[in-house]
Design a protein around this ligand. Structure first.
Ligand code: IPE
Ligand code: IPE
Ligand code: MG
Length: 245
């Protein structure tokens, strides 16, 4: 069997259109240093900046980062409070940091449980960047894949009752249109850091044909170089979507 030659350098003409990242390992990063988990989360927020910049520079069109899952509410209250403080700060900074960049910021997830201050800041940054085009930065905050599917099904049932669509029109496309990711293409590459190999309720519908990449690096240590390694690995894969090559 002919083995195709492995690429060793990043092909900038074949950058995945949509990269999704499960930023995991902040807590362990801090615990290893005998620091509080909060310090890990703060370091994690810095790592986000570097990766967002790099994604922008190399031409990623959609970057989705998992910041807080629907299940993360089960953490100790102090940790949740600290995380919410960091998200608010991040969203406030995002407003300024993206002002000279062509980045549209969107936040997907449930607004339930979020403070008014965060909700207002979400609206502000989304509105301010709505016309930006080069890159979409999608922050999954209070997001759960199952919850996303449920809310899409509810919308579909509503639309059937209102006569907007008929039962025979229940298709993948119609459901997809009602997900929180409606006009965002499915991720091509999903990166999870910290060595865990699970989806943890992230984009479960959207990742049906996504390429998964697991890195042992803890999120605060995840740098540009590791990001490139993940993309290079992706570029050496063969996607078949159920067909044959
Ligand atoms: C990811 O790091 C950040 C969030 C889930 C909010 P963790 O906090 O899950 O870090 P570990 O997995 O405990 O190391
Ligand atoms: C997934 O990480 C959620 C985020 C990175 C925001 P978790 O650390 O919450 O996932 P589990 O609990 O290890 O599956
Ligand atoms: Mg974790």
């Amino acid at each position: 069997m002919a083995v195709s030659k492995k690429k060793r350098t990043l092909d900038l003409n074949k950058i995945p259109v949509h990269i999704a990242i499960i930023m995991d390992g902040n807590g362990r990063w801090a615990e290893k240093r005998r620091l509080s988990r909060s310090v890990g989360h703060r370091e994690g927020a810095k790592a986000v900046r570097e990766i967002v910049e790099e994604a922008y520079d190399i031409g990623v069109k959609y970057l989705t980062v998992f910041a807080f899952s629907s299940e993360n509410w089960s953490r100790p209250k102090e940790e949740v409070d600290e995380l919410m403080r960091l998200y608010l700060e991040y969203l406030k900074n995002a407003e300024n940091e993206t002002s000279d960049k062509d980045v549209r910021v969107r936040i997907i997830g449930s607004r339930e449980g979020l403070s008014d201050e965060i909700i207002q800041q979400i609206q502000k940054v989304e509105q301010k960047t709505v016309d930006k085009k080069r890159m979409n930065l999608i922050i999954a905050l209070n997001y759960g894949g199952r919850q996303d599917i449920i809310q899409a099904v509810k919308k579909m049932v509503d639309d059937i009752e209102k006569g907007v669509i008929e039962k025979r029109m229940i298709t993948e496309d119609e459901l997809q249109k009602r997900l929180l990711t409606e006009e965002i293409p499915e991720p091509d590459l999903l990166i999870r850091t910290s060595g865990e190999m699970r989806l943890s309720n992230f984009l479960i519908w959207q990742c049906a044909y996504t390429e998964f990449y697991y890195s042992p690096v803890l999120w605060p240590d995840f740098k540009k170089k590791h990001f490139h390694d993940a993309i290079l690995d992706y570029q050496n894969r063969s996607r078949r979507f159920g067909g044959v090559k």
